[in-house]
Design a protein around this ligand. Structure first.
Ligand code: ZN
Length: 72
């Protein structure tokens, strides 16, 4: 996952998290619901190895949606 920045004309900038490479060009503003274009900002790219990136993504995902163990 990566954080992408969008800019609502009414409310200003806001951030949305999407899987890398799957961020849409526009997103709905969380405050007014208007369609806001994406802003491209270099700091959103992490400078880590692919393995560490996957580990960090897995850790972040488990914070929101813990994996449920169905078998011992
Ligand atoms: Zn807005």
């Amino acid at each position: 996952m990566a954080t992408y920045e969008y800019h609502c004309r009414e409310c200003g900038p806001f951030e949305v998290r999407h899987p890398i490479g799957q961020a849409p060009a526009e997103a709905s503003c969380g405050q007014c619901g208007a369609s806001a274009p994406r802003r491209f900002s270099p700091p959103a790219v992490r400078q880590v190895s692919p393995a560490l990136g996957r580990a960090l993504d897995a850790q972040a995902a488990s914070a929101y949606e813990p994996k449920v163990v169905t078998r011992p």
